[in-house]
Write a protein that binds this ligand. Structure first.
Ligand code: ZN
Length: 272
């Protein structure tokens, strides 16, 4: 069994054995991927089905956190999960901000979304069976990074590493701010509103897409009119949301609570 197959299997086994474990790493990504897969047109749905590993049983959500698990083997990929922007500016610019710690351009989550989208567009070309790319990995990376870029603090300030160095309390629990947004908000929403059940959260978002947010769907679809993907739009929205919500009024030691309902609704709308 190849290393990749082993990693996927480990990842899948983990969820099978411990299905009640809640973390954004799981549930946020799973929700994004399940909703995305349910909205694919037929040709795209067929391609995803072909590309998914057999162990995923045609469930994109089941392998949506694969990219987090392989960070430790594919060290080069860790810079692809986020973007550091200048402190307190609350703006994002691809040419200025999309780079890794060594300054290599394009190595950020927006660059990765462009790259893996381009790779996946080769799926239908005549040479796809001999593609120079591993399109299964491209699919798993792309679907994960689309989730990451919509978590506001994945496009955060450089000096606090997207809230990773800011200690806060989520109610009584000590956490870093980044983790609150990765994990606790969704976990609390599931506990309070959806019986600790991710299906309830996914259903509620699907419901909103067909009703309250129906007008927005057209906007989401047309942002790619001239581009293969729209990561710069998402990243700009992300750092703005980080400033308006995640960083706002928060300092070392802040206690975060109470407004969870609002935060959750806002986050849910961002995650589509
Ligand atoms: Zn990630």
């Amino acid at each position: 069994m190849g290393l990749r197959a082993y990693q996927i299997l480990t990842c899948v086994s983990f969820f099978v054995l411990f299905p009640v474990i809640h973390c954004w790493g799981n549930d946020g990504h799973v929700a994004v991927c399940r909703i995305a897969q349910s909205r694919l047109r037929e040709a795209a749905a067929d391609a995803v089905k072909q590309l998914l590993p057999e162990s995923a049983d045609n469930d994109l959500g089941s392998v949506c956190t694969w990219a987090d698990h392989v960070k430790f083997h594919y060290h080069w990929s860790s810079a692809l999960h986020f973007i550091d922007t200048p402190d307190n500016l609350c703006t994002y610019q691809y040419n200025r901000d999309c780079k890794d710690e060594d300054g290599v351009k394009g190595r950020c989550v927006a660059g990765a979304i462009n790259n893996y989208t381009t790779q996946l567009l080769s799926y239908n070309s005549a040479s796809s069976s001999h593609s120079e790319y591993n399109l299964t990995e491209a699919l798993l990376f792309l679907s994960h990074f689309i989730g990451d870029i919509h978590q506001p603090l994945h496009v955060g300030f450089t000096s606090d590493r997207g809230g990773n160095t800011i200690d806060v309390h989520w109610y009584t629990r000590k956490q870093v701010l980044h983790h609150v947004w990765d994990n606790n908000i969704i976990e609390t929403a599931e506990e309070r509103f959806y019986n600790s059940n991710i299906d309830g959260l996914v259903d509620a978002i699907q419901q909103n897409i067909t009703t309250d947010w129906a007008d927005l769907v057209k906007k989401w679809e047309t942002c790619s009119a001239n581009n293969t993907a729209c990561p710069d739009v998402y990243a700009s929205e992300g750092i703005k949301a980080a400033c308006d919500w995640a960083y706002k009024g928060v300092s070392e030691g802040s206690v975060l609570e109470g407004a969870a309902g609002q935060l959750i609704l806002m986050l849910a709308s961002l995650e589509i």
